[in-house]
Design a protein around this ligand. Sequence first.
Ligand SMILES: Nc1ncnc2c1ncn2[C@@H]1O[C@H](COP(=O)(O)OP(=O)(O)OP(=O)(O)O)[C@@H](O)[C@H]1O
Length: 603
Amino acid sequence: MRLMPPSLPMLRRALGKRQLRLLPAVVVLGLASAALEGFGIGLIIPLLGIIMGQQDQAGMAGFSAVFQHVGSDLSERDRLIVISLAILGSIVLKNILAFANTLLTTFIHGKASHSIRSALSEQLLKVGYPFFLQQSPGRLLNIISNESWRASDAIQIMLAAIVNASAAIILLAFLLLLSWQMTLLVTLGLALVQIAHAMLSANLKAPSRSVASRNSALASQMLHLVHAGRLIRIFGQEEREKAVFDQASDSVRRAGFVLLTRQGALPPLTEVLHAMLFLAVVISAWFADMNFPLIVAFVILLYRLQPYMRALQMAWSQLQGLSGSLEEVQWMLDPSDKPEPPQGSGPFHCLHQGISFDDVTFTYSGTYSDTHSGADQRAAVLHAATFDIRSGRSTALIGRSGAGKTTIVNLLCRFVEPDAGRILVDGSPLNQIDPSQWRKHIALASQELELVDGSIFENIIYGQETASAADAERAARLAEAHEFIERLPQGYMTVVGYRGVNLSAGQRQRIALARALVRDPDILILDEATNAVDGLSEAAIVETLKSRAGRRTTIVISHHHSTISFCDDVVILSHGRVKKQAPFAALATLSMDELYLHEPVDR
Ligand SMILES: Nc1ncnc2c1ncn2[C@@H]1O[C@H](COP(=O)(O)OP(=O)(O)OP(=O)(O)O)[C@@H](O)[C@H]1O
């Protein structure tokens, strides 16, 4: 049985140093309002004494006798009024303090929730790119959109538990001062109830995890419906997809039902156990021949204690019920099992001689599902690749589909790192260069890089915020995009929509190319960057690139002869191996198919 609530370190981290410093104030306010409540209830002893004409202190000792003394030098009438006003005053003050505590805990909860979401987004931005190749997007979406909110709920539950625990401690102290024997009985009873509660709560972890994993699967299904709208319709898969979605949704319902029914059994059970305890105390007090006002004060205190104790015990089971969500959030925030971001701190100012791949071997690591199904054995996609990309020249990377061209781009941009071999930049290992400095000198236009949901202008200057409207227009002209942008009713201010859905594929590509060109990069990488552009526009783009070749290092990946026609060098890849590197002029007469089939060089 766990004595600590689950994922406490994660919650502590979410609270942060500043919010943790506010926790003592929560405790003090909780203690003070409970003390006022206990004080008010204690004053019932003299109040009842006056009403019942029972002014003697028979059966009273210590603290209860102190209460019985309150206002004893006043007349009976005045004493009644003063004690009543004191009771009312303590109730008003107690509620003011309770409200102040609500404000404080709400503030802390809001800050902590924000800090969880912010930490999640930071982790997503910081983590090494292979993380996204390994993890299911549905799982990540579920953690950010669902589980993070549940983790926030856990913080609220914990804060409420602190307030309830403070109140319970004070009320127990008052009980102790009234009668230590009876309090011992109460404490023993409460401990037994807590043990029963903790044993039953332990059953909540498994269903909680099951809810979290089924929610991930449902989120994947939702993503699929959103992204595959055309695919589903053209293949007439609506009914099948509906059935798959309903199954995923129903599976969440079933897992949730198990969790909620197990959780739901706890409050009635706790209430019955508390009622039994309450009656046991009343009966014992009667047998012990306690003074009547004292019994009343004790019973009222006990009655007031019960909701706090019940809330504390429910907090325990609620935290257990949220353990699946907390574990998911904790997993995402934990950097220890995540791919590291690229390292290196060396400066990079500009490319002088060139980039060399020296015996580079690379294998994509398995996805999350592969790892879990034991199918983590992947073949290398680059085998001891050795070739040069010379500075100030244009190099074409060609090869059949799956040959490893985009993988080379991923390695160059440091999205992934070689398993063996080295990539050298002007003779220095790339992995020793500061990745952000390196990437500042690269611009990538690729079929996979999406547009952001904003205007065309925002898309062109993305990552180059200092660029002016004139810069954006110049880049758009180079990318053969200016003409069509001008024809749009809102011109450069046209909103492209999510992933650029409002534009054609060729228009999207030209904007992506303009986005790369506006950076005026040292190294320009075009990975199938114009394959959806019409022939005329593509020819014009190639002409532009040709006229500007020599000003920068350009790497072009394409299956079209015309697109690579301006290149100085060509690297031919086949099944992850470099078959040949040669000046393009020497092979320019060969068709793409002939180039792909080119005989390997002897090494
Ligand atoms: N994220 C990934 N996880 C696992 N394997 C991958 C991943 N991305 C690519 N691969 C594999 O790596 C190999 C090379 O892929 P790559 O995308 O580099 O090929 P390519 O030459 O660019 O192909 P294309 O011309 O079709 O774009 C392929 O066999 C592919 O299946």
